[in-house]
Ligand binder design. Sequence first.
Ligand SMILES: Cc1ncc(COP(=O)(O)O)c(C=O)c1O
Length: 448
Amino acid sequence: MPDHRLRIYDSMEGLLPDVDNPTPLVRINRVVPFEHARVYGKLEWYNPFGAVKDRIAANLIADAEERGILEPGQKLVEPTSGNTGMGLAMISNVKGYSLTTPLSSAIPLEKRIMLRFFGAEVLELDDDLCPAPGAPEGAIAKAHELAERPEFHMLDQYTNEANPGAHYKTTGPEIWKQTEGKVTHFVAGLGTCGTITGTGRFLKEQDPEIKVLGVHPQEGHDIPGVRSIRQLQQTALFLPDEYDELVEVNDDEAFGLCMRLNREESIIAGPSSAMALAGAMKLVPDEPGVIAVVIFPDNAFKYASSMSRHIPEMARDGGGGGGGGSPQERMMNTLIENTRATAGLTIDVEPAEEVIEAGGVFVVDVREPDEFTGGHIPEAVNMPLGEMSDYAAFLPEDHEAPILVVCQTGNRSLSGALFLTSLGYRNVRSINGGTHGWLVGGYPISTD
Ligand SMILES: Cc1ncc(COP(=O)(O)O)c(C=O)c1O
Protein backbone atom coordinates (compact mmCIF):
# COMPACT_ATOMS: atom_id res chain seq x y z
CA MET A 1 0.00 0.00 0.00
CA PRO A 2 1.41 3.48 -0.90
CA ASP A 3 2.36 5.45 2.26
CA HIS A 4 1.39 8.99 1.23
CA ARG A 5 2.37 10.32 4.65
CA LEU A 6 6.01 9.25 4.34
CA ARG A 7 5.71 9.26 0.51
CA ILE A 8 7.14 5.78 0.10
CA TYR A 9 5.94 3.82 -2.95
CA ASP A 10 6.44 0.30 -4.39
CA SER A 11 6.40 1.70 -7.93
CA MET A 12 5.70 4.93 -9.79
CA GLU A 13 2.05 3.88 -10.18
CA GLY A 14 1.64 4.51 -6.44
CA LEU A 15 2.14 8.21 -7.14
CA LEU A 16 -0.95 8.46 -9.29
CA PRO A 17 -3.23 11.02 -7.61
CA ASP A 18 -6.50 10.40 -5.72
CA VAL A 19 -8.25 11.86 -2.67
CA ASP A 20 -5.50 10.52 -0.38
CA ASN A 21 -2.74 11.88 -2.63
CA PRO A 22 -4.24 14.89 -4.40
CA THR A 23 -2.31 17.14 -6.75
CA PRO A 24 -1.75 20.50 -5.04
CA LEU A 25 -4.10 23.49 -5.11
CA VAL A 26 -2.17 26.78 -5.07
CA ARG A 27 -3.72 30.23 -4.60
CA ILE A 28 -3.13 32.72 -7.43
CA ASN A 29 -2.36 36.03 -5.71
CA ARG A 30 -0.85 38.58 -8.11
CA VAL A 31 -1.93 38.00 -11.73
CA VAL A 32 -5.65 37.67 -10.91
CA PRO A 33 -7.15 41.18 -10.37
CA PHE A 34 -9.84 39.98 -7.93
CA GLU A 35 -10.59 41.55 -4.54
CA HIS A 36 -13.05 38.99 -3.20
CA ALA A 37 -12.99 35.83 -5.28
CA ARG A 38 -10.27 33.27 -4.47
CA VAL A 39 -8.70 31.48 -7.45
CA TYR A 40 -6.62 28.29 -7.17
CA GLY A 41 -4.57 26.49 -9.77
CA LYS A 42 -4.57 22.67 -9.54
CA LEU A 43 -1.02 21.68 -10.43
CA GLU A 44 -1.31 18.58 -12.58
CA TRP A 45 2.42 18.31 -13.26
CA TYR A 46 2.54 16.70 -9.81
CA ASN A 47 1.26 13.59 -11.60
CA PRO A 48 4.00 10.93 -11.81
CA PHE A 49 4.76 11.54 -15.50
CA GLY A 50 4.21 15.30 -15.47
CA ALA A 51 0.71 15.96 -16.78
CA VAL A 52 -3.07 15.66 -16.16
CA LYS A 53 -3.19 12.91 -18.79
CA ASP A 54 -1.48 10.43 -16.49
CA ARG A 55 -4.86 10.06 -14.75
CA ILE A 56 -6.63 8.98 -17.93
CA ALA A 57 -3.73 6.85 -19.19
CA ALA A 58 -3.92 4.81 -15.98
CA ASN A 59 -7.71 4.55 -16.10
CA LEU A 60 -7.95 3.73 -19.82
CA ILE A 61 -5.55 0.80 -19.30
CA ALA A 62 -7.10 -0.34 -15.97
CA ASP A 63 -10.58 -0.27 -17.54
CA ALA A 64 -9.44 -2.31 -20.58
CA GLU A 65 -7.72 -4.82 -18.27
CA GLU A 66 -10.89 -5.14 -16.13
CA ARG A 67 -12.79 -5.90 -19.34
CA GLY A 68 -10.18 -8.52 -20.31
CA ILE A 69 -9.29 -6.71 -23.57
CA LEU A 70 -5.49 -6.48 -23.14
CA GLU A 71 -3.17 -9.45 -23.74
CA PRO A 72 0.26 -9.77 -22.07
CA GLY A 73 2.73 -7.73 -24.19
CA GLN A 74 -0.23 -5.97 -25.86
CA LYS A 75 0.61 -3.42 -28.61
CA LEU A 76 -1.33 -0.21 -27.99
CA VAL A 77 -1.90 2.53 -30.59
CA GLU A 78 -3.22 6.00 -29.66
CA PRO A 79 -3.30 9.32 -31.57
CA THR A 80 -2.14 11.91 -29.09
CA SER A 81 -0.96 15.53 -28.83
CA GLY A 82 1.75 14.38 -26.53
CA ASN A 83 0.75 14.11 -22.87
CA THR A 84 -1.58 11.11 -23.21
CA GLY A 85 1.17 9.38 -25.14
CA MET A 86 3.69 10.03 -22.37
CA GLY A 87 1.33 8.72 -19.68
CA LEU A 88 0.44 5.63 -21.74
CA ALA A 89 4.11 5.00 -22.64
CA MET A 90 5.21 5.09 -18.98
CA ILE A 91 2.36 2.91 -17.71
CA SER A 92 2.95 0.51 -20.62
CA ASN A 93 6.62 0.29 -19.52
CA VAL A 94 5.50 -0.77 -16.02
CA LYS A 95 2.91 -3.26 -17.35
CA GLY A 96 4.91 -4.73 -20.25
CA TYR A 97 2.76 -3.26 -23.04
CA SER A 98 4.15 -1.26 -26.00
CA LEU A 99 2.80 1.98 -27.48
CA THR A 100 2.67 3.39 -31.02
CA THR A 101 1.67 7.08 -31.25
CA PRO A 102 0.72 8.62 -34.58
CA LEU A 103 0.96 12.38 -34.07
CA SER A 104 1.32 15.74 -35.87
CA SER A 105 4.78 16.94 -36.86
CA ALA A 106 3.61 20.34 -35.51
CA ILE A 107 3.81 19.01 -31.96
CA PRO A 108 6.69 20.72 -30.09
CA LEU A 109 9.98 18.91 -30.76
CA GLU A 110 10.54 18.50 -27.01
CA LYS A 111 7.41 16.38 -26.72
CA ARG A 112 8.23 14.20 -29.75
CA ILE A 113 11.75 13.56 -28.40
CA MET A 114 10.50 12.73 -24.91
CA LEU A 115 7.87 10.32 -26.27
CA ARG A 116 10.59 8.39 -28.08
CA PHE A 117 12.79 8.63 -24.97
CA PHE A 118 9.95 7.08 -22.92
CA GLY A 119 9.93 4.17 -25.36
CA ALA A 120 6.99 4.98 -27.64
CA GLU A 121 7.10 4.26 -31.37
CA VAL A 122 6.36 7.76 -32.72
CA LEU A 123 4.86 8.15 -36.22
CA GLU A 124 5.08 11.83 -37.34
CA LEU A 125 2.36 12.97 -39.78
CA ASP A 126 1.16 16.15 -41.53
CA ASP A 127 -1.74 17.11 -39.27
CA ASP A 128 -3.14 19.91 -37.12
CA LEU A 129 -1.43 20.64 -33.76
CA CYS A 130 -4.38 18.74 -32.23
CA PRO A 131 -5.47 15.96 -34.62
CA ALA A 132 -7.91 17.47 -37.17
CA PRO A 133 -11.45 16.29 -37.89
CA GLY A 134 -11.50 13.92 -40.88
CA ALA A 135 -7.89 14.57 -41.96
CA PRO A 136 -7.35 11.32 -43.90
CA GLU A 137 -3.59 11.58 -43.62
CA GLY A 138 -3.84 12.65 -39.99
CA ALA A 139 -2.93 11.03 -36.71
CA ILE A 140 -6.43 9.82 -35.86
CA ALA A 141 -6.97 8.15 -39.23
CA LYS A 142 -3.55 6.48 -38.96
CA ALA A 143 -4.35 5.12 -35.50
CA HIS A 144 -7.67 3.70 -36.70
CA GLU A 145 -5.89 2.10 -39.64
CA LEU A 146 -3.36 0.38 -37.33
CA ALA A 147 -6.11 -0.58 -34.87
CA GLU A 148 -7.63 -2.70 -37.66
CA ARG A 149 -4.68 -5.04 -37.26
CA PRO A 150 -5.26 -7.89 -34.75
CA GLU A 151 -2.06 -7.22 -32.81
CA PHE A 152 -3.03 -3.60 -32.02
CA HIS A 153 -5.63 -2.18 -29.61
CA MET A 154 -6.69 1.48 -29.57
CA LEU A 155 -8.00 2.76 -26.22
CA ASP A 156 -9.28 5.91 -28.01
CA GLN A 157 -9.22 8.83 -25.57
CA TYR A 158 -11.67 10.77 -27.83
CA THR A 159 -14.63 8.42 -27.29
CA ASN A 160 -13.71 6.20 -24.30
CA GLU A 161 -15.84 6.89 -21.19
CA ALA A 162 -12.84 5.82 -19.08
CA ASN A 163 -11.33 9.23 -19.99
CA PRO A 164 -13.92 11.38 -18.13
CA GLY A 165 -14.31 8.42 -15.76
CA ALA A 166 -10.76 9.00 -14.48
CA HIS A 167 -11.63 12.58 -13.50
CA TYR A 168 -15.01 11.56 -12.03
CA LYS A 169 -13.13 9.11 -9.78
CA THR A 170 -10.12 11.29 -8.86
CA THR A 171 -9.97 15.00 -9.91
CA GLY A 172 -13.57 15.78 -8.82
CA PRO A 173 -13.36 14.11 -5.37
CA GLU A 174 -9.93 15.71 -4.76
CA ILE A 175 -11.27 19.25 -5.43
CA TRP A 176 -14.38 18.63 -3.33
CA LYS A 177 -12.25 17.42 -0.36
CA GLN A 178 -9.50 20.04 -0.77
CA THR A 179 -12.03 22.90 -0.77
CA GLU A 180 -14.15 21.25 1.96
CA GLY A 181 -17.08 21.34 -0.46
CA LYS A 182 -16.86 25.18 -0.83
CA VAL A 183 -15.79 25.25 -4.51
CA THR A 184 -18.21 27.46 -6.52
CA HIS A 185 -16.54 27.55 -9.98
CA PHE A 186 -14.59 24.84 -11.84
CA VAL A 187 -12.58 25.91 -14.92
CA ALA A 188 -10.76 23.76 -17.49
CA GLY A 189 -9.25 24.09 -20.96
CA LEU A 190 -10.85 21.93 -23.67
CA GLY A 191 -8.91 19.17 -25.41
CA THR A 192 -10.62 15.78 -25.52
CA CYS A 193 -12.88 17.33 -22.80
CA GLY A 194 -12.34 14.38 -20.46
CA THR A 195 -11.18 16.71 -17.66
CA ILE A 196 -14.10 19.15 -17.78
CA THR A 197 -16.79 16.50 -18.41
CA GLY A 198 -15.66 14.00 -15.74
CA THR A 199 -14.78 16.51 -13.04
CA GLY A 200 -17.84 18.64 -13.82
CA ARG A 201 -20.20 15.66 -13.50
CA PHE A 202 -18.81 14.72 -10.06
CA LEU A 203 -18.90 18.29 -8.69
CA LYS A 204 -22.43 18.98 -9.96
CA GLU A 205 -23.60 15.77 -8.26
CA GLN A 206 -22.25 17.18 -4.98
CA ASP A 207 -23.73 20.66 -5.57
CA PRO A 208 -25.70 21.53 -8.75
CA GLU A 209 -24.99 25.24 -8.11
CA ILE A 210 -21.30 24.77 -8.97
CA LYS A 211 -20.47 26.51 -12.26
CA VAL A 212 -18.53 24.43 -14.81
CA LEU A 213 -16.68 26.72 -17.24
CA GLY A 214 -14.85 25.69 -20.44
CA VAL A 215 -12.02 27.61 -22.12
CA HIS A 216 -10.96 27.06 -25.74
CA PRO A 217 -8.34 28.64 -28.06
CA GLN A 218 -9.12 30.44 -31.32
CA GLU A 219 -9.08 28.87 -34.79
CA GLY A 220 -5.50 28.51 -36.08
CA HIS A 221 -4.13 28.59 -32.51
CA ASP A 222 -0.70 27.40 -31.38
CA ILE A 223 -1.51 26.14 -27.85
CA PRO A 224 -0.62 22.42 -27.57
CA GLY A 225 -3.14 20.03 -25.97
CA VAL A 226 -6.31 22.09 -26.47
CA ARG A 227 -8.85 22.50 -29.29
CA SER A 228 -10.62 25.31 -31.11
CA ILE A 229 -14.39 25.02 -31.56
CA ARG A 230 -13.82 23.50 -35.05
CA GLN A 231 -11.34 20.95 -33.67
CA LEU A 232 -13.69 20.05 -30.77
CA GLN A 233 -16.02 18.40 -33.27
CA GLN A 234 -13.51 15.52 -33.27
CA THR A 235 -14.10 14.46 -29.67
CA ALA A 236 -17.25 12.67 -28.50
CA LEU A 237 -16.62 13.99 -24.98
CA PHE A 238 -17.33 17.66 -25.81
CA LEU A 239 -20.77 18.05 -24.14
CA PRO A 240 -21.50 21.80 -23.92
CA ASP A 241 -24.95 21.12 -22.38
CA GLU A 242 -23.16 19.87 -19.28
CA TYR A 243 -21.12 23.09 -18.97
CA ASP A 244 -22.41 26.48 -17.82
CA GLU A 245 -20.32 28.67 -20.10
CA LEU A 246 -17.56 28.62 -22.74
CA VAL A 247 -15.05 31.38 -23.53
CA GLU A 248 -12.31 31.90 -26.15
CA VAL A 249 -8.73 32.96 -25.33
CA ASN A 250 -6.20 33.91 -28.01
CA ASP A 251 -2.52 32.90 -28.25
CA ASP A 252 -1.18 36.27 -27.09
CA GLU A 253 -3.37 36.27 -23.98
CA ALA A 254 -2.32 32.71 -23.16
CA PHE A 255 1.43 33.07 -23.73
CA GLY A 256 1.49 36.51 -22.10
CA LEU A 257 -0.23 35.26 -18.94
CA CYS A 258 1.93 32.13 -18.98
CA MET A 259 5.02 34.28 -18.60
CA ARG A 260 3.39 36.33 -15.83
CA LEU A 261 2.39 33.16 -13.91
CA ASN A 262 5.98 31.95 -14.01
CA ARG A 263 7.54 35.34 -13.20
CA GLU A 264 5.05 36.87 -10.73
CA GLU A 265 3.63 33.75 -9.03
CA SER A 266 6.66 31.45 -9.52
CA ILE A 267 4.23 28.84 -10.81
CA ILE A 268 5.89 26.88 -13.65
CA ALA A 269 2.62 26.53 -15.59
CA GLY A 270 2.46 25.69 -19.30
CA PRO A 271 0.55 27.59 -22.06
CA SER A 272 -2.75 25.69 -21.78
CA SER A 273 -2.79 26.31 -18.00
CA ALA A 274 -2.47 30.04 -18.62
CA MET A 275 -5.18 29.82 -21.29
CA ALA A 276 -7.56 28.28 -18.73
CA LEU A 277 -6.70 30.94 -16.13
CA ALA A 278 -7.22 33.74 -18.68
CA GLY A 279 -10.67 32.26 -19.34
CA ALA A 280 -11.40 32.13 -15.62
CA MET A 281 -10.48 35.81 -15.31
CA LYS A 282 -13.14 36.56 -17.98
CA LEU A 283 -15.93 34.42 -16.52
CA VAL A 284 -15.53 34.09 -12.72
CA PRO A 285 -17.39 36.85 -10.79
CA ASP A 286 -15.28 38.77 -8.24
CA GLU A 287 -17.70 38.23 -5.34
CA PRO A 288 -17.31 37.23 -1.67
CA GLY A 289 -17.50 33.45 -1.15
CA VAL A 290 -16.42 32.65 -4.69
CA ILE A 291 -13.83 29.86 -4.81
CA ALA A 292 -12.65 28.97 -8.31
CA VAL A 293 -10.43 25.99 -9.14
CA VAL A 294 -8.60 26.06 -12.50
CA ILE A 295 -6.91 22.97 -13.93
CA PHE A 296 -3.23 23.56 -14.79
CA PRO A 297 -2.59 20.47 -17.04
CA ASP A 298 1.20 20.61 -17.26
CA ASN A 299 4.28 22.80 -16.83
CA ALA A 300 6.36 25.06 -19.05
CA PHE A 301 9.40 22.83 -19.54
CA LYS A 302 8.02 21.06 -22.66
CA TYR A 303 7.23 24.27 -24.49
CA ALA A 304 10.51 26.12 -25.06
CA SER A 305 9.99 26.07 -28.85
CA SER A 306 6.42 27.38 -28.48
CA MET A 307 7.62 30.11 -26.10
CA SER A 308 10.35 31.22 -28.50
CA ARG A 309 7.70 31.52 -31.26
CA HIS A 310 5.31 33.62 -29.19
CA ILE A 311 7.76 35.48 -26.95
CA PRO A 312 10.67 36.05 -29.38
CA GLU A 313 12.89 37.70 -26.75
CA MET A 314 13.02 34.30 -25.03
CA ALA A 315 15.30 33.10 -27.82
CA ARG A 316 17.77 36.00 -27.37
CA ASP A 317 19.92 37.27 -24.43
CA GLY A 318 19.41 40.89 -23.29
CA GLY A 319 23.18 41.58 -23.45
CA GLY A 320 22.96 42.94 -27.02
CA GLY A 321 25.85 40.57 -27.65
CA GLY A 322 24.08 39.16 -30.65
CA GLY A 323 22.32 36.48 -28.70
CA GLY A 324 22.89 33.19 -26.96
CA GLY A 325 23.10 29.88 -28.77
CA SER A 326 25.57 28.72 -31.45
CA PRO A 327 27.68 31.14 -33.54
CA GLN A 328 25.36 30.40 -36.51
CA GLU A 329 22.29 31.16 -34.38
CA ARG A 330 23.91 34.38 -33.08
CA MET A 331 24.78 35.40 -36.61
CA MET A 332 21.24 34.62 -37.80
CA ASN A 333 19.77 36.57 -34.85
CA THR A 334 21.97 39.57 -35.62
CA LEU A 335 21.07 39.33 -39.31
CA ILE A 336 17.38 39.15 -38.47
CA GLU A 337 17.68 42.06 -36.00
CA ASN A 338 19.50 44.22 -38.57
CA THR A 339 17.03 43.18 -41.21
CA ARG A 340 14.08 43.87 -38.95
CA ALA A 341 15.52 47.35 -38.41
CA THR A 342 16.09 47.76 -42.16
CA ALA A 343 13.45 50.19 -43.31
CA GLY A 344 11.07 48.77 -45.84
CA LEU A 345 11.57 45.06 -45.14
CA THR A 346 8.58 44.75 -42.84
CA ILE A 347 5.01 45.99 -43.11
CA ASP A 348 2.17 45.97 -40.57
CA VAL A 349 -1.06 44.05 -41.08
CA GLU A 350 -3.28 47.00 -41.95
CA PRO A 351 -1.16 48.46 -44.79
CA ALA A 352 -0.49 44.89 -45.96
CA GLU A 353 -4.23 44.29 -46.25
CA GLU A 354 -4.56 47.45 -48.32
CA VAL A 355 -1.74 46.34 -50.65
CA ILE A 356 -3.36 42.93 -51.09
CA GLU A 357 -6.79 44.51 -51.56
CA ALA A 358 -5.27 46.70 -54.30
CA GLY A 359 -4.09 43.52 -56.07
CA GLY A 360 -0.95 42.72 -58.09
CA VAL A 361 1.01 41.41 -55.08
CA PHE A 362 2.34 37.87 -54.54
CA VAL A 363 1.66 36.59 -51.00
CA VAL A 364 3.86 33.76 -49.67
CA ASP A 365 2.91 31.88 -46.46
CA VAL A 366 6.06 30.18 -45.07
CA ARG A 367 4.34 28.14 -42.33
CA GLU A 368 4.01 24.35 -42.30
CA PRO A 369 1.17 22.91 -44.48
CA ASP A 370 -0.88 21.95 -41.42
CA GLU A 371 -0.68 25.48 -40.04
CA PHE A 372 -1.61 26.82 -43.50
CA THR A 373 -4.71 24.61 -43.80
CA GLY A 374 -5.71 25.67 -40.29
CA GLY A 375 -6.36 29.20 -41.65
CA HIS A 376 -4.49 31.55 -44.00
CA ILE A 377 -4.72 34.87 -45.90
CA PRO A 378 -6.97 33.96 -48.88
CA GLU A 379 -4.52 35.23 -51.51
CA ALA A 380 -1.52 33.43 -49.99
CA VAL A 381 0.34 30.46 -51.51
CA ASN A 382 2.06 28.02 -49.17
CA MET A 383 5.86 27.68 -49.38
CA PRO A 384 7.16 26.19 -46.10
CA LEU A 385 10.27 28.06 -44.97
CA GLY A 386 12.47 24.97 -44.98
CA GLU A 387 11.49 24.09 -48.55
CA MET A 388 11.29 27.58 -50.15
CA SER A 389 14.09 26.80 -52.61
CA ASP A 390 11.93 23.92 -53.96
CA TYR A 391 9.23 26.44 -54.93
CA ALA A 392 11.50 28.85 -56.86
CA ALA A 393 9.69 27.95 -60.09
CA PHE A 394 6.44 29.37 -58.71
CA LEU A 395 7.95 32.74 -57.79
CA PRO A 396 7.37 35.79 -60.05
CA GLU A 397 9.91 36.10 -62.86
CA ASP A 398 10.11 39.87 -62.38
CA HIS A 399 12.42 40.60 -59.43
CA GLU A 400 10.71 43.97 -58.96
CA ALA A 401 7.35 42.28 -58.39
CA PRO A 402 5.87 43.14 -54.98
CA ILE A 403 5.98 40.13 -52.63
CA LEU A 404 4.58 39.90 -49.11
CA VAL A 405 5.76 37.09 -46.82
CA VAL A 406 3.66 35.87 -43.86
CA CYS A 407 3.92 33.28 -41.08
CA GLN A 408 2.13 32.86 -37.70
CA THR A 409 3.51 35.89 -35.86
CA GLY A 410 6.20 37.52 -38.02
CA ASN A 411 9.46 35.72 -37.28
CA ARG A 412 9.74 32.97 -39.86
CA SER A 413 8.44 35.40 -42.51
CA LEU A 414 11.45 37.64 -41.88
CA SER A 415 13.75 34.74 -42.68
CA GLY A 416 11.61 34.11 -45.77
CA ALA A 417 11.92 37.75 -46.84
CA LEU A 418 15.67 37.54 -46.35
CA PHE A 419 15.83 34.43 -48.47
CA LEU A 420 13.87 36.06 -51.31
CA THR A 421 16.05 39.17 -51.07
CA SER A 422 19.10 36.91 -51.35
CA LEU A 423 17.54 35.55 -54.58
CA GLY A 424 17.53 39.08 -55.95
CA TYR A 425 13.93 40.10 -55.29
CA ARG A 426 13.94 43.81 -54.47
CA ASN A 427 10.36 44.50 -53.36
CA VAL A 428 9.84 41.99 -50.56
CA ARG A 429 8.29 42.68 -47.17
CA SER A 430 7.49 40.52 -44.13
CA ILE A 431 4.13 41.08 -42.44
CA ASN A 432 4.61 42.00 -38.74
CA GLY A 433 2.23 40.03 -36.52
CA GLY A 434 1.65 37.39 -39.19
CA THR A 435 -1.54 35.41 -39.66
CA HIS A 436 -2.35 35.84 -36.01
CA GLY A 437 -2.26 39.64 -36.38
CA TRP A 438 -4.35 39.33 -39.54
CA LEU A 439 -6.94 37.25 -37.66
CA VAL A 440 -7.03 39.64 -34.71
CA GLY A 441 -7.42 42.49 -37.20
CA GLY A 442 -10.67 40.80 -38.29
CA TYR A 443 -9.54 40.25 -41.91
CA PRO A 444 -10.82 37.28 -43.93
CA ILE A 445 -9.20 33.87 -43.39
CA SER A 446 -9.45 30.92 -45.75
CA THR A 447 -8.99 27.21 -44.97
CA ASP A 448 -9.05 26.11 -48.60
C1 LIG B 1 -1.29 20.41 -22.19
C2 LIG B 1 -2.74 20.04 -22.18
N1 LIG B 1 -3.65 20.90 -21.80
C3 LIG B 1 -4.98 20.61 -21.80
C4 LIG B 1 -5.45 19.41 -22.20
C5 LIG B 1 -6.95 19.14 -22.25
O1 LIG B 1 -7.38 18.11 -21.41
P1 LIG B 1 -8.63 17.22 -21.84
O2 LIG B 1 -8.19 16.37 -22.96
O3 LIG B 1 -8.98 16.43 -20.62
O4 LIG B 1 -9.72 18.15 -22.25
C6 LIG B 1 -4.53 18.49 -22.65
C7 LIG B 1 -5.01 17.24 -23.18
O5 LIG B 1 -4.29 16.57 -23.87
C8 LIG B 1 -3.15 18.79 -22.60
O6 LIG B 1 -2.23 17.92 -23.00
